[in-house]
Design a protein around this ligand. Sequence first.
Ligand SMILES: NC(=O)c1ccc[n+]([C@@H]2O[C@H](COP(=O)([O-])OP(=O)(O)OC[C@H]3O[C@@H](n4cnc5c(N)ncnc54)[C@H](OP(=O)(O)O)[C@@H]3O)[C@@H](O)[C@H]2O)c1
Length: 311
Amino acid sequence: MRAVSYSQFGGPEVLHVADVPVPEPGPGQVRVRVAASVVHPVDLMVRSGRFPAPLPTGLPYTPGWDVAGTIDAVGPSVEELAIGDEVIGFSPWLQTTVGAHAEYVVLDAAWLTSAPTGVPATEAATLPTNGLAAAQALDLLALPAGSTVLVTGAAGQVGGFVLALARATGLHATGLAGADDREFVESLGAAFLPRSGDPMGTFDAVIDLAVIGPSLLDVIRDGGGYVAASPPLRPEPVRGIRTFALEVRPDGSRLGELVKLVTSGDIPLRVAGVYPFTDAAAAHDRLAQGGVRGGVVIVPGLEQQPNGQSR
Ligand SMILES: NC(=O)c1ccc[n+]([C@@H]2O[C@H](COP(=O)([O-])OP(=O)(O)OC[C@H]3O[C@@H](n4cnc5c(N)ncnc54)[C@H](OP(=O)(O)O)[C@@H]3O)[C@@H](O)[C@H]2O)c1
């Protein structure tokens, strides 16, 4: 099968399409024929060798978190999923080295859930990693309904999901974003705060997706909460403020709850562009330029045959 791969760290030009063996599912696992995946900011950091934490040993890497696709093989002890099911989920590839920018990926069945009905795979693929990151950030804070939360980077992929979930769970969100993003922030029921100038006000909690850092503790009430999107930047607690480092984890059943909110129209999905594997470098370039609103989606791009081979 074909997979996006790189054998050395560097610029987008290190990305290429490699021929690798089709993986086989073990106990509790399924194999998904991938229809769409997504490129994330962290993928650019890893590729360039700038990731500030230990990486799995051994290049080459096939990167890729999100998966939208169809189950085409099922391992022993899998009862809840079957061949032909349309699913979404994500692969924690920085732990496992099993990346989803591949025609087929083997994942634990517990990491997957049914794809939202009637939603194209290119849109559905934008939900798993960032939707779960948003949900797990709010889960860490465990805010009661009516609480206030400031979300920095509110117009980004995770930010949009946080605003949507905050609205769905009765929180009062304020989105810190650029002036051009005001309409998007307000469309999700959040108050808008411009990113020019220092954030003002007092909030029960902050979710810091723009990685502004410890200065934001100043706008959190005593005993509130702070979630850092980038684990090394988790500040020491002060004034009883609980501080957390987000580390998104696969969770099929929590993802299933998010799918229901997509189906009900409470969570909008956004796609910034769709790139075939052969244009993976262009996808990375697009994300590196900044200002992206929506998922940078990557697709195998060639017709696949039922036997797992691609033309
Ligand atoms: N730890 C985890 O498990 C985990 C999981 C998922 C994501 N993350 C992290 O979460 C962060 C957000 O991810 P994402 O996918 O949502 O990225 P994204 O789509 O690029 O969103 C980031 C947003 O922040 C905006 N921004 C940058 N600086 C800002 C500032 N000073 N004030 C207000 N907004 C600002 C960006 O605007 P412009 O585009 O205009 O610059 C963009 O809209 C990233 O750092 C990502 O690595 C962590």
